[in-house]
Ligand binder design. Structure first.
Ligand code: THU
Length: 127
C-alpha cells in the first residue's frame, strides 16, 4: 500500500473538519479490506461530548458501506505534528484490525511514522 497516498487523503479530509469549538482540525483516511479508501474528519457539536473524531468518522463510513476489515489508518492535523489517535479510536481500530495488525500512519517532520495498532493498544478488548 502507498501510505503516502493514504496520508494525502487524510490531509484533504482535514480541510472539511468541523471544529469551531476546539479549532483543532483532524482528517483521517482508512484503507479497508476491499482496497477502497474512506475519508473522515472530526465533527464537533454545541453539546461538546457529541463530537466524533476523524478516525471513527472514517471507520464508520467504511463499515456502514459493508467493509469489515481496516488494514491501515492515516491521521493528520494541521495543528499538531504526529497527531496520534485517541484511546477511544484505538479501540475502534482494534475491533476491525485483522489479527490486531492495522497500520496507523502519522506524519512527523514531513516523514511518515508507521505503528501497528497492537503496539499502540496492547491487549485491546474483544468479545
Ligand atoms: N480529535 C480527533 O479527531 N482525533 C483524535 O484522535 C484526537 C482528537 C478531535 C476531537 C476534537 O474535535 C478535537 O480533535 C480536539 O480534541
Amino acid at each position: 500500500m502507498d501510505y503516502g497516498l493514504l496520508m494525502e487523503n487524510a490531509k484533504e479530509a482535514s480541510k472539511n473538519s468541523y471544529s469551531k469549538y476546539s479549532k483543532f482540525a483532524v482528517g483521517a483516511c482508512v484503507l479497508a479490506g476491499s482496497g477502497k479508501m474512506y475519508r473522515g474528519c472530526n465533527v464537533e457539536n454545541s453539546s461538546y461530548g457529541l463530537t466524533i473524531c476523524a478516525e471513527r468518522c472514517a471507520i464508520f463510513k467504511a463499515i456502514s458501506e459493508g467493509e469489515r476489515e481496516i488494514n491501515a489508518v492515516a491521521i493528520y492535523s494541521p495543528n499538531q505534528d504526529n497527531c496520534a489517535p485517541c484511546g477511544a479510536c484505538r479501540q475502534v481500530i482494534y475491533e476491525f484490525a485483522p489479527n490486531g495488525e492495522a497500520v496507523v500512519v502519522t506524519e512527523k517532520n514531513n516523514e511518515l511514522i508507521l505503528n501497528d495498532i497492537k503496539t499502540l493498544l496492547p491487549e485491546g478488548f474483544l468479545l
